[in-house]
Design a protein around this ligand. Structure first.
Ligand code: SF4
Length: 333
């Protein structure tokens, strides 16, 4: 069953270089951060979104939450378009859908105790939904302790401040806060970034356990391919605002088709695949999303570029079994 269906989403930003550009008649510059993206996230599964930094994966996630403004397209959540939700429905959506950011310390008020930080969404929900009756202090405290224990933190943590915790513990606090309202969907944006491997592994296992217990659907945004392979059921590879390959994670790792996916995977030696290949070094920098290349956006770095790649944009085509690829090497005509 589909939980989220995104259709032809475009999220652009507009840059103005200031007074000089106005004086010399330069208009606004358009950053094509997410450019005509369609994908489906199935209920109870994990969808991995990968790509180099600046490819638009975080912007895509933020568009779902309306943290950035999408220009056009549709984001259906349980059948309702998030982009057209009124304030009340949006509020209800934001209880069912939660975020875990990579900078967990930056998300926590250093003057609040961890107990207050975790209790905050519970209190906000009560006020915003104008629920009747008082939320008893003891019931709130019990709920905070339950949430701390659910993420394997000591109940004493409730009275401490964020700076008293390690990076791994701070992520656990972020997870506890995210699950406080029993969400059905969580977007985790680089949730283990900066953690050592063993601490990261405990966070991954914790989130998998919570998914099993609470039937949560994840959007897992990461540049770490090993992690996406481990965590996700389905995945998409993004390049310069577009999806270039998408499908079941096991299919992409065993039968990767797009030259960009091959280069990304080849650069991670620990990732085992059915295709034996040497590391593919991509030349040049990712082009500016203000002036993306014509035709295929990857053509300026693609080792297999052809003449038509400059003039024709390759459509995302089903190679079979829901494995999609946008590359002229895999088009029939
Ligand atoms: Fe490379 Fe052309 Fe395929 Fe783009 S369409 S990935 S440039 S071969």
């Amino acid at each position: 069953m589909d939980l989220i269906q995104i259709d032809h989403l475009k999220t652009y930003f507009y840059q103005n270089k200031g007074v000089l550009s106005k004086l010399f008649g330069e208009g606004l510059k358009t950053v094509h951060a997410v450019d005509d993206v369609s994908l489906t996230i199935k209920k109870g599964r994990t969808f991995g979104l990968v790509g180099e930094s600046g490819c638009g994966k975080s912007t895509l996630g933020q568009s779902i939450f309306r943290l950035v403004k999408a220009q056009s397209g549709e984001i259906l959540f349980q059948g309702q378009d998030v982009l057209k939700m009124n304030p009340k429905t949006l509020m209800e959506f934001r209880q069912k859908a939660q975020l875990i950011f990579q900078d967990q310390y930056g998300c926590m008020n250093p003057r609040m105790t961890v107990g207050q930080i975790i209790a905050e969404p519970l209190l906000m929900k009560k006020n915003l939904m104008r629920e009747k009756g008082k939320l008893e202090k003891s019931a709130l405290f019990d709920e905070v302790i339950r949430l701390l224990q659910a993420v394997n933190l000591d109940p004493d943590s409730a009275t401490k401040f964020p700076n008293e915790f390690s990076g791994g513990q701070a992520r656990r606090i972020g997870v506890a806060r995210a699950i406080a309202l029993n969400p059905v969907f969580i977007m985790a944006d680089e949730p283990t970034s900066g953690l050592d491997i063993s601490t990261a592994a405990t966070i991954l296992n914790l989130m998998q356990d919570l998914q099993d217990e609470m039937d949560i659907t994840y959007l897992w945004v990461s540049h770490n391919l090993n992690q996406v392979k481990y965590m996700s059921d389905d995945m998409a590879v993004m390049y310069l605002g577009k999806i270039v390959e998408m499908g079941k994670t096991k299919d992409i790792f065993s039968e990767m088709a797009h030259p960009y996916t091959k280069a990304l995977i080849s650069a991670v030696p620990q990732v085992s695949t059915n295709q034996q290949q040497e590391t593919i070094f991509l030349e040049g920098e990712i082009p500016s999303p203000i002036h993306p290349p014509s035709g295929c956006r990857f053509r300026t770095r693609c080792p297999q570029v052809m003449k038509r790649c400059k003039t024709h944009e390759p459509p995302l085509t089903d190679l079979g079994g829901g494995h999609y690829c946008a590359c002229h090497l895999h088009q029939n005509n």
